[in-house]
Design a protein around this ligand. Structure first.
Ligand code: NZQ
Ligand code: ZN
Length: 394
């Protein structure tokens, strides 16, 4: 398949580097009130909160804290209510934290401008068409992983319905993203590792597809994969190395600013199935991907083997063997990178903290069957296959 036509604009300004939180007043209009959103307090321990408060002296700030990892719809709607009550047109939203905070703020930004009567259905299910306007948003990203800081996607959980929704809405591109690699030095190692795996899988979902003539996208993707392997390998030993943190942060951003997705099909089956592991078992996003991805490759081996062999040659320098042998070696090397180098297990059974009772898989089957779900670049991962992939991931 040749490169497809595309039409792409990414409007998010990136402000990258040490000390750049101080730039905030240059990008938030002085006549706006700031709704500053964050999670459970990591920003108060690592000095980011203080930097934001210093930078925003003179602004009227409302704080909204307690957004969960895997942000919950019901929590976010409380922030929507604050904005609606005080006039959303008066506000600028500032997200400070990881992907969950950035994603949650995108929903808040859309929700505050939503005028209909069924927000659950329209914001979460009819996402792309629910709103053409959002409250302006800026992001200070402290966890390199999702790329949420400069894309128009958000992933919202609803615990009471065991659901996790992926939403794309062009109105939700942040106006700016501040990326200071120093902010990521306070991450617990587990979150750093999850983030590297997440970014790596993002590249794979856009690269390991059947497209043979997208040379720019391929070489760009391969560079990102190599950068993540090289710097991911160092970060446990040297967590305070600025260059390592900077390269991971920039690679994670580029992995999902939708640049490498232009002109090629994408897959995203690993992500969609992984979301169910978070919804039903409470697993971290990166952990789910490490478990699911290999089983997707095994199911899609025929379709993906040429690209896997290309990755083996160009990323892992595997020059010997047939296409099949190289492709299988590539799958093993990816698994080794997650489990041995980054320390993120690649089987659900290796996580004793999560329930090992598999009854929940039937609920996924029901949900995917009722929704007529067909995942993957060829749409051939239906409810039966998805559940088989989950079982194979134990
Ligand atoms: O709650 P706080 O105190 O902020 O602590 C967080 C949280 O406990 C902590 N943390 C963040 N930065 C830190 C820090 N701790 C110390 N130092 C720092 N600098 O890390 C924990 C996890 O944070 P979270 O934001 O949940 O992690 P992540 O960035 O991995 O985001 C995961 C969410 O993003 C979605 C996932 O599904 C999940 O809901 N995704 C969003 C995407 C997108 N918008 O494009 C794409 C991704 O594929 C992904 O699905
Ligand atoms: Zn992801």
């Amino acid at each position: 398949m040749s490169m497809l036509n595309f039409n792409f604009q990414n409007p998010t300004r990136i402000i990258f580097g040490e000390g750049q939180i101080a730039q905030l007043p240059n990008y938030i209009p002085k006549d706006k009130k700031v709704l500053m959103c964050y999670g459970h307090g990591s920003i108060k321990k690592n000095g980011v909160y203080e930097q934001v408060m210093n930078a925003l002296k003179g602004y009227e700030i409302t704080e909204f804290s307690g957004i969960e990892p895997n942000p919950d719809y019901d929590t976010l709607m409380k922030a929507v209510a604050i904005l609606k009550e005080n006039g959303p047109e008066n506000y600028f939203i500032l997200a400070v934290g990881g992907g969950s905070i950035s994603d949650g703020c995108k929903l808040i930004a859309l929700g505050a401008m939503y005028k209909g009567s069924d927000p659950y259905k329209d914001l979460l299910i009819n996402a792309a068409s629910c709103c053409t306007e959002a409250v302006p948003l800026g992001v200070i990203m402290t966890l390199p992983a999702t790329g949420s800081e400069s894309n128009h996607g958000c992933v919202i959980s609803c615990r009471r319905t065991h659901s996790k929704f992926g939403i794309l809405n062009p109105a939700s591109f942040p106006q700016f993203a501040i990326l200071d690699p120093n902010t990521s030095m306070s991450l617990p190692y587990k979150q750093t590792a999850n983030g590297v795996v997440d970014a790596f899988v993002h590249v794979c979902e856009q690269y390991l597809i059947d497209c043979r003539h997208a040379d720019v996208q391929d070489r760009y993707a391969e560079s990102l994969l190599k950068v993540l392997i090289e710097n991911g390998s160092k970060v446990r030993e040297t967590p305070n190395d600025y260059d390592v943190r900077a390269n991971i942060m920039w690679a994670a951003n580029q992995a999902l600013n939708h640049w490498i997705a232009q002109g090629v099909r994408s897959d995203w089956a690993t992500h969609y199935i992984g979301h169910e592991l978070t919804a039903f078992l409470g697993m971290d996003h990166g952990q789910t991907l490490a478990c699911i991805q290999r089983r997707v490759f095994e199911f899609k081996f025929e379709a993906k083997k040429a690209k896997l062999a290309q990755m083996a040659e160009r990323v892992f320098e595997i020059k010997e063997g047939s296409v099949e042998e190289k492709a299988r070696a590539c799958i093993q090397r990816i698994d080794d990178f997650y489990s041995k180098v980054m320390g993120v297990p690649t089987r659900i059974s290796e996580y004793p903290q999560y329930s090992q009772d598999k009854a929940w898989i039937e609920e996924v089957h029901k949900k995917f069957s009722e929704g007529n779900v067909h995942l993957g670049e060829d749409g051939d991962i239906d409810a039966d296959v998805a559940c088989e992939i989950i079982r194979n991931s134990y």
